[in-house]
Each structure stands twice: as C-alpha cells, then as structure tokens.
Ligand binder design. Structure first.
Ligand SMILES: [Zn+2]
Length: 202
C-alpha cells in the first residue's frame, strides 16, 4: 500500500475522524518541513513512553509512582467513587470542580458487537470496591442506550460482589440526575448542566 493511503487509513481509525478529514491530515503533513514531522514522531513516542495508566482508576498520567494525581491527593475523599466510561468524561466532571471523590474509568460501554462486557474493567472495578471503604458509588455513564445498558451491568456486578455491604452498611449506588440531554454525552454537556446533574444525583 502506498504511504499516503496507509497513513490516511491510520488517521481514519481515530475517534470522530472520517475519510475526508484523514486525507486532509495526510496532505497537511506532506506540506510540513521535515523538522516538524520529526517533532511529531518524537512527541508520539514520548507519549507512549511517559504516560502510564493509574493503577487504581486507569486515568493516564505522567508523574512518578503508581497512582495519578487525583488518587494521590490527600484532598480527595476516599469514600466516594465515580464510575465513568472514558477519560474525557472524567475530565468534564473535573472541570466542574464540584466533585472531590475518586474515579474509576470503565474503558467503554456495551455495544451491539461487544455485548458481554468482557472488554470492560468489571473485575478490576469489583476489586477496587471490595478493597475500598466507599459509602457512595456514582454510576456516571452517558445517558445513551449503550450507557444505560452498561449501567445495568455495572450495578449488577457491584451488587453481586458486595451484596451484604450494599444492604448492611449504608453503601449506596447513585446516578446522575436527569437533565443531561437524552442520548447526549457527558463530554459535550456544558459545565452548569453537568454540575446540576451531579448535585441532583440519587
Ligand atoms: Zn487514579
């Protein structure tokens, strides 16, 4: 395959990038001086070498140690856990500056093709919850059909693993309040909407 086609195909796999945009990226790069291309290659390699996934929440980070800045921070409440689908959802919630607990990134949702959930971090989630002292777990998945069916799966897993604690020790599972656009995604909600969905959770 020639290099133009090959690169266009690789860009075409990026989230939200169609064939036409992928082609534009390739022609943009063709017209760049060589040093810019070298800089891009170096940045890509550094990304893969320097960035790790947090051992607790799977948030990508670059500092030393096994935990990300959020999980390490003494200012964060260790009693609340917020389960999100992906990194950008965590970022949207962080941007509201209203949430002070911990996160867990599930790594996706159920889809028609992947409907058994084996691609999600369900087992890791059960372990985090078993090993933690959470009094509240917020299931903050997107209000899309995929997000909703994934919420059901997550809750079942939490309850299966921790049935006694859920009923016995005031451990509760909450959801974001209605108000997020139906079928919309957390990452596109404005801060105010997300903030009130968070504050009204039940
Ligand atoms: Zn973390």
């Amino acid at each position: 395959m020639d290099s133009i086609k090959k690169l266009a195909e690789l860009f075409g796999k990026f989230p939200g990038i169609g064939k036409r945009t992928a082609g534009r990226f390739v022609y943009y790069l063709i017209n760049q001086p060589k040093e810019n291309i070298d800089g891009l290659i170096a940045a890509l390699q550094e990304l893969k070498n320097a960035v790790k996934l947090c051992e607790f929440c799977f948030n990508p980070f670059e500092n030393n140690g096994p935990l990300c800045g959020i999980c390490q921070s003494p200012a964060r409440s260790k009693n609340i856990l917020c389960i999100v689908e992906k990194e950008s959802d965590l970022l949207s919630i962080e941007n509201t500056k209203k949430y002070t607990g911990l996160y867990f990134i599930l790594g996706g949702t159920l889809t028609l093709r992947k409907s058994d959930g084996s691609h999600l971090r369900i087992e890791a989630l059960k372990n985090r919850v078993k090993g933690g002292s959470f009094t509240e777990i917020i299931v903050a998945l997107n209000p899309t059909p995929e997000g909703k069916s994934t919420s059901v799966l997550v809750e079942r897993a939490l309850k299966e693993g921790l049935g006694a604690r859920v009923q016995g020790l005031g451990f509760k599972i909450t959801h974001l309040a209605q108000g997020l656009p139906v079928g919309g995604e957390l990452e596109y909600a404005d801060e105010e909407t997300l903030e009130s969905a968070f504050e009204g959770r039940k």
